[in-house]
Design a protein around this ligand. Structure first.
Ligand SMILES: Cc1ncc(COP(=O)(O)OP(=O)(O)O)c(N)n1
Ligand SMILES: Cc1ncsc1CCOP(=O)(O)O
Ligand SMILES: [Mg+2]
Length: 240
């Protein structure tokens, strides 16, 4: 059974092997510390790893995390399926606009897996078929060195505008730090995804805790009021 996906999104860690190694840690050590600190989701983004290496890392991280938070695999649907076949507690995949098509990915991973999709334009959000994608990752909010092929950061105002068009819960991504969280939550994001804020931190547990506390400290925006009934809808209710 898929858990309520919004519970997984508030502080979403995306891993980077190089950044963790530069701090003298493995990805597994970093994830363990970050989960202890309060991250709510982990995405394994092993861009420099072979399929075999990413599978091994996925098995180790899934064993270390257990059922504390969902573990997703970036891009590699084959690695996710193989880890699942091996009995690992992996929750799903995150794919981008140039990765495998969304509908086929959903068909392959099944209805219970979590499926995340990157989106950066209103058109990409409008293209989402209801029921296929569980959440979207929107960015980059700020410019980032972590993803060299990402465009320049578009800013918090842009993020606050585009999130209103997301048909599913959204996490922001790109250069995010604790100071961004209040504005993102107020704008309606369900969470913030970070790489360097945790992977490059001297103390990843403390970094995760600071982000989790900052997110929890701010109220979620009040839900939008139900629209006033129009004359036509009031009449149709009376005749039905
Ligand atoms: C939560 C989240 N949002 C966006 C991305 C970016 O995915 P993508 O556009 O496929 O780029 P790569 O991460 O594959 O380089 C993400 N990974 N996670
Ligand atoms: C994977 C990804 N997608 C858009 S920006 C980004 C990298 C974000 O990394 P950081 O949090 O270190 O800026
Ligand atoms: Mg991708």
């Amino acid at each position: 059974m898929r858990q309520r996906v919004v519970d997984a999104l508030p502080v979403y860690l995306v891993t980077d092997d190089g950044l963790c190694a530069a701090e003298g840690r493995t990805v597994v050590d970093t994830v363990r510390a970050a989960v202890d600190g309060g991250v709510t989701c982990v995405q394994l983004r092993g861009k420099t790893l072979s399929a075999r290496e990413l599978l091994q890392q996925t098995l180790e991280v899934a064993a270390a995390v257990g059922d504390r938070v969902p573990v997703l695999v970036n891009d590699r649907v084959d690695v996710y399926l193989t880890a699942r076949e091996a009995g690992a507690a992996v929750a799903g995949v995150h794919i981008g606009q140039s990765d495998l098509p969304v509908e086929l990915t959903r068909a392959v991973i099944g209805p219970d897996a979590i499926l995340g999709l990157s989106a950066a334009t209103p058109q990409q959000l409008a293209n989402i078929t209801p029921g296929t994608v569980d959440y979207v990752g929107i960015g980059p909010v700020h410019s980032t060195a972590t993803k060299p092929d990402a465009p320049t950061g578009r800013g918090l105002e842009w993020a606050a505008g585009i999130v209103t068009e997301a048909p599913v819960p959204a996490v922001a991504i790109g250069g995010l730090r604790a100071a961004d969280l209040e504005a993102l939550k107020a704008a309606g994001f369900a969470g913030a995804a970070v790489v360097s804020a945790i992977c490059s931190a001297t103390d990843p547990e403390a970094a995760a805790r600071a982000l989790a506390e900052r997110w929890a400290a701010h109220p979620a925006p009040a839900p939008a009021p139900a629209p006033e009934p129009t004359l036509a809808s009031a009449l149709s209710e009376r005749v039905s």
